[in-house]
Design a protein around this ligand. Sequence first.
Ligand code: NAD
Ligand code: DAU
Length: 336
Amino acid sequence: MKLLVCGGAGFIGSNFVRRALAGNDAVEVVNLDKLTYAGNPDNLRSVEADPRYKFVQGDICDREIVMRAAEGVDAIVNFAAETHVDRSLLGAAHFIDTDIKGVLVLLEEARRVGLERFVQISTDEVYGSIESGSFTEASLLNPRNPYSASKAGGDRLAYAYWSTYGVPVIITRASNNYGPYQYPEKLIPLFVTNALRDQALPLYGDGRNVRDWLHVSDHCRAILFLLEHGTPGEVYNIAGDNERENIEITRKILHLLGRPESLITPVQDRVGHDRRYSLDASKLRGLGFRPRVDFEEGIAETVRWYVENEWWWKPLKDHDGEFRRYYQQQYGERLS
Ligand code: NAD
Ligand code: DAU
C-alpha cells in the first residue's frame, strides 16, 4: 500500500510514518508537509534514506502540489493541521486555512482519483468539555475554541464527502497524545524541558483541568488498525483511558526529574479553557483494539526521552526565533 501522509513531519505524523514503514515492507510513504514551525525534518532522520519514503515540502491548500504528491497513492492519512489551542486564541486564520480549506483540497483529490481510504485525524476537542461521563461517537459536537471549531469543520467536511460522494472516509477522534518528538510548546514537553533548566512551569488556572493521556505509539497503532479494519463513513474515538488533572501530571514530571515543586507557577488561565475531556472508546475496543502503553511506564519513558535528546529540543527552544517570540507573547506577562 502506498500512503500519502499529510503533516508527517509533526509530532504524531512522524511517529506514524516510522511505525508504518517499520511494520510492513510493502508499505510506501509520501510525506507532504509544509514545515510550519511545528514540522521538523529531524523528526524523521531515521527513515530519510529508506527508498520507500519520499518527502514533499508543500501546503495541503495547494491543489497542484497535492495532485503531484498524491500520484499513485492508495490512501491519504491527514495529520496536517494547526494544532495548538493557545495559538488559535492569538489568531485563528491559519487554523481555518489548513484545518478546513486544506482538508477540502485533500478530499477533492481523493474524490477525483478514487482513493481506497481517506483517514481524517480529528480530535476529542470537537465534543467540547464534559463534567462527568464520557463522549461517544454519537454525542453532539460542541467545539469551544477556534482550534477545535476548525477541526470540527474538517471532521464534518470529511463526513460530507462520504455521504455525498462516497469518498471512503474514516474519522478518528483521539485524546491528548504524549511521547517523543512533541514540539516543546505543549504541556508535557514544555514542562519537562523547562524543569530541566529550573525554569517556571506555568500552570493555567487552578491546575485541575482534566485530560486523557494516550501514548502516541498507541494512537499510531490505532490508525493503522483502522486503515485495515475501519468502516468508511464511521467515526472512531481513540482514548488513552488515563484521565489526570494537569497538576498531577506536573508533579509527576517534577518527581521523575528530581526537581522541586516550587517550580510550579500558577498563571492566568487560558480563556474558555475546557475543563475536562473524556472519551468512550468501546466502539474501537469492540473491533479488537486495545492501547498497550501503561501510563506510569509511558510517562517515565517520555520524560527520559527528553532528558536524553536535548539535541532535538534545544535548537527549537534556543535558536528558533519563532519559539522565543511565541513564548514571550504567551507567557511574558503571565510570568512577570
Ligand atoms: P503538530 O503541530 O506537531 O504537527 C502538525 C504538522 O502539520 C506539522 O508537521 C506541520 O508542518 C504540518 N502542517 C501544518 N499546516 C500544514 C499545511 N497547510 N500543509 C501541510 N502541512 C502542514 O501536530 P500533532 O500534535 O502531531 O497533531 C497531528 C494531528 O492530530 C492534527 O490533525 C491534530 O489536530 C490531531 N490530534 C492531535 C492530538 C495531540 O494531542 N497532539 C490529539 C488528537 C488529535
Ligand atoms: O485533546 C486533544 C488535543 O490535545 C489536541 O487536539 C491538540 O492538538 C493538542 O494540542 C492537545 O490540546 P490541549 O489544549 O489539551 O493541549 P496542551 O498541551 O496545550 O494543554 C494541556 C493542558 O495543560 C490544558 O488543560 C492546558 C494546560 N496547560 C498547557 C500549557 C501549554 C497549562 O496549564 N500550561 C501550559 O503552559
